[in-house]
Design a protein around this ligand. Structure first.
Ligand SMILES: Cc1cc2nc3c(=O)[nH]c(=O)nc-3n(C[C@H](O)[C@H](O)[C@H](O)COP(=O)(O)O)c2cc1C
Length: 420
């Protein structure tokens, strides 16, 4: 019976444990979590979502305070188009986050950064260019482009000296999205080093419509593998979404995937950024508690726990401080939804906005409990403590369980030593 450890992900002459911990913004996939994956010979992700706020928390900088002060005059204005990011400050924050993480890296694995195109930041092209190039400047091993088609993203990095040496890849959910990306980047003569195929059971935003349940990861992996074979392209495929055990992982490796990207099992790791109270909510979830809705202002469906505090919250948009989802003209679907409620309740009291949520503020405060569809099984991966709470796990325990388990088994914390 094969184990994940019987396979290796190859980039050139280097080999890695074929396991990536996916990017989870905002700072849910912390540097500590990513560093563990790298130490154990796999690949970890940090995320550049709301990097200025992440830097403030990690390094006591004051990027958010400064930005809020600068745009204070606009807080009561429903038009947010003046709220821009200072590109120099954005570069500084990215370099701090990435640079410190890379300095701390130990072991043979890699650290990538997850970069979402949907963080349009009231200047989609310029801000993305700064985020990508600053991460390369600061020595990131690789970049995973996500939440968008990224048709222009390779070109934004093409002049960087590390454009051809850093590992660059993209997340897609269909063969069509990959075809578009390859067509658009063809003139740069630079293929992606990897393609993550994210199926409909993943956490975070979904690359499907509300008909997501009609799709299936194995089918999409098969279609993309066939397309690459026809085109005679050799790009490692990384399967993601709903892979909960080592045996699930092996089934994708046997299907031709070069590696797996997983996230949900690590949401309850000690190194994960979610507060302990929130991790307990993930443990407690039952299958019916996991829903897919359209409250994200990005326009993508998102999976989350039903009791997520962000759902129905009517807080004032916080774009002067954050503003990561402002489109190129300073708009955001939450601002529109909020303003409609204000028009109905001009006193601004007891406002509830049901159709959209202020994703920046709620993700920042860990009040948007996004999760994968297998979250209801997390309780089976640990032990219940005397006080009724569930024991958090070490990232190493979860990583090694994926790496070595067989027969759909999941090692509980105390049993791990004997299973290796
Ligand atoms: C809490 C959470 C947050 C996530 N945030 C992001 C994100 O910011 N960007 C992204 O590309 N994917 C995000 N994802 C998706 C994961 O990186 C990963 O591809 C996917 O969840 C894998 O499926 P699994 O969770 O079933 O293992 C997130 C997933 C979770 C569970």
């Amino acid at each position: 019976m094969k184990r994940v450890d019987d396979f290796r992900l190859k980039f050139g002459k280097k080999e890695y444990v074929p396991l990536l911990i996916g990017g989870m913004g905002v700072d849910i996939s912390t540097a500590e979590l990513a560093l563990e994956a790298a130490r154990l010979g796999g690949i970890g992700h940090i995320s550049d979502a709301m990097v200025q706020d992440v830097s403030d928390r990690r390094f006591d900088t004051e990027f958010v305070k400064e930005k809020t002060k600068f745009y204070k005059h606009n807080i009561d204005n429903s038009d947010k188009s003046v709220v821009q990011f200072d590109l120099g400050r954005l570069a500084e924050a990215t370099k701090l986050h990435v640079g410190h993480t890379m300095e701390a890296k130990r072991g043979e694995g890699l650290i990538f950064i997850n970069c979402m195109e949907k963080l349009t930041m009231n200047g989609p092209r310029e801000t993305l260019q700064v985020r990508l190039n600053s991460a390369l400047d600061a020595g990131i091993d690789g970049i995973t482009l996500s939440a968008g088609l990224h048709l222009g993203s390779f070109a934004l990095m093409a002049d960087h000296p590390r454009f051809r040496d850093a590992k660059l890849g993209i997340i897609v959910s269909s063969v069509r999205a990959l075809q578009l990306f390859l067509r658009k980047t063809a003139r740069l003569d630079r293929l992606p080093d990897f393609v993550v195929i994210e199926g409909p059971l993943a956490g975070g935003h979904l690359g499907f419509g509300m008909d997501w349940a009609q799709y299936d990861l194995a089918t999409i992996v098969g279609e993309i593998a066939q397309f690459l074979k026809t085109e005679q392209l050799d790009i490692p495929l990384i399967a993601a979404g709903g892979i909960f055990t080592g045996s699930d992982a092996v089934s994708f490796l046997e299907l031709g995937a070069a590696a797996l990207q997983v996230a949900t099992r690590f949401t309850v790791a000690r190194e994960c950024g979610l507060p302990s109270k929130v991790k307990q909510e993930y443990f407690l979830a039952s299958e019916e508690d996991i829903i897919v809705n359209t409250v994200s202002p990005t326009g993508y469906p998102m999976r989350m726990l039903r009791n997520t505090p962000a759902i129905g919250s009517g807080i004032r948009p916080n774009c002067e401080a954050y503003g990561y989802l402002l489109d190129g003209s300073g708009g955001c679907a939450y601002i529109n939804a909020y303003n409609q409620q204000i028009a109905l309740h001009p006193d601004g009291k007891n406002i509830s906005v049901m159709d959209k949520t202020c994703l920046c503020t709620h993700m920042r405060n860990y009040n948007c409990w996004t999760c994968g569809s297998m979250t209801y099984r997390l309780k089976d991966t640990t032990r219940r403590l005397a006080d009724g709470s569930y024991q958090e796990l070490s990232a190493e325990h979860i990583f090694r369980d994926y790496q070595f388990s067989t027969d759909q088994k999941i090692a509980l914390p105390s049993e791990l030593a004997s299973s290796i």
